[in-house]
Design a binder for this molecule. Structure first.
Ligand SMILES: Nc1ncnc2c1ncn2[C@@H]1O[C@H](COP(=O)(O)OP(=O)(O)O)[C@@H](O)[C@H]1O
Ligand SMILES: [Mg+2]
Length: 369
């Protein structure tokens, strides 16, 4: 089933939670909604499911206006992060649930339901769990069962809200591959919500990046990674170091920075801002350069540098430890910063252009959390 969403807005009290969302999902597509906590992902899913209503906008599935349909008439399969299975029901009864509560006139016979459940168990490779209670399952097994329960009704649209969010990184990776296989085999139209970039990019046909109730960018992994459409996406994708620059005929210039590796940009002359990843900054010893190494910390594979500039403030760089010039990069050394990759945005987007912004040193976080 294809989904067409346009102009969707939703406000809770004083807060604009969705500010005009437009999104089309093709039949059989798997789309990931990626965004930080609070960006409106769950609200958007709930509106599609009929658990929440928008203030304005349209939602059509196969050209049918779903905003006129009650939740139970939409044939939605929904899996939440903490979707409690019914604890007093065995796995097979949990999976049968959606079919066995249908109105009597539409309810399949007992034998048909049992056959459907067996088919689901086999398809999801959880036949051995059929007679267990949820309390006897691991977290990953529970989410497989939850997906079985969602799929048993043959949903028009499958909505997954951080379904693997509570699981360990290794199990998440297994389930990701498994889910992709299930999706391809059922041909369902699926929207998968996550705040984990790796999960979104590895799983989805297209990724929709959301920030504060708006879609910031839609695309494939490489395009979002290399060509963030907005400062928000650049930061979200790890370009956490920001330098004030001046654009001159499409070339960026700044004190102590070598930006010649970046392509010319068709942007107006004047103040702008360069966003770069700490690992895309190369340090070149240069006695005349204004940047100084303030600190150097090794985490084994990489050297983390904090750099300081007398006028601009501090920036962070991340260099492989086996870099040829690593021995020369000692505290107090003067360095030039060569920016190997980055994105420049014009100043008129309301971003500061007078100082550096950098996250400072942070311990490496587990990416999937
Ligand atoms: N029922 C509600 N009442 C009031 N505010 C809500 C409600 N549901 C969500 N919000 C607010 O809407 C914003 C987006 O929430 P949500 O859609 O859950 O985001 P996400 O799933 O991306 O974390 C948050 O600021 C949240 O506090
Ligand atoms: Mg959410």
């Amino acid at each position: 089933m294809s989904i067409a969403i346009s102009g969707l807005t939703k406000r809770f009290g004083q807060t604009d939670v969705l500010c005009g969302v437009d999104l089309e999902v093709s039949k059989g597509e798997l789309v990931a909604l990626l965004g930080p906590s609070g960006s409106g992902k769950t609200t958007l899913l709930k509106i599609i499911a009929g658990l929440e209503w928008p203030d304005a906008g349209r939602l059509a599935v196969n050209d049918q206006n779903w905003l006129q349909l009650a939740a139970q008439d939409r044939r939605i399969g929904f899996v939440f992060q903490h979707y409690a299975l019914f604890p007093h029901m065995r796995v097979r009864d949990n999976i049968a649930f959606g079919l066995s509560v249908r109105p009597r006139s539409e309810r399949p016979g007992k034998a048909v339901i049992a056959a459907k459940v067996d088919e689901m168990l086999h398809f999801l490779q959880i036949t051995h769990l059929a007679d267990r209670f949820p309390g006897q399952l691991s977290g990953g097994q529970r989410q497989r069962v939850a997906l079985g329960r969602a799929l048993a009704i043959e949903p028009a649209v499958l909505l997954l809200d951080e379904p693997f969010g509570a699981l360990d990184a290794a199990i998440r990776r297994d389930l990701r591959r498994w889910l992709r296989g299930v999706h391809d085999a059922t041909g369902s139209t699926t929207i998968f919500v996550t705040h984990d970039q790796e999960e979104a990019f590895e799983l989805a046909d297209r990724v929709v990046v959301m920030g504060e109730g708006r879609i910031e960018q839609i695309g494939h992994a490489d395009a979002i990674h290399d060509h963030p459409a907005t400062p928000f996406v650049a930061r979200f994708m790890g370009a956490t170091v920001e330098f004030p620059v001046t654009l001159n005929s499409g070339r960026a210039e700044a004190s102590g920075l070598d930006i010649s590796a970046l392509p010319r940009r068709a942007l107006p002359d004047g103040p702008a801002r360069l966003f770069a990843r700490p690992e895309d900054i190369t340090l070149i010893p240069d006695a005349g350069a204004p940047w100084r190494i303030a600190s150097r910390i090794s985490n084994g594979a990489h050297l983390r540098f904090v750099l300081s500039h007398p006028a601009l403030g501090e920036a962070e760089a991340d260099v492989p430890r086996r870099t040829a010039n690593a021995d020369a990069l000692t505290p107090d050394a003067a360095v030039r910063l060569r920016i190997e990759a980055g994105t420049i945005f014009p100043a008129e987007r309301g971003i500061a252009t007078t100082s550096v912004r950098s996250p400072g040193f942070e311990p490496v976080k587990e990416k999937s959390r």
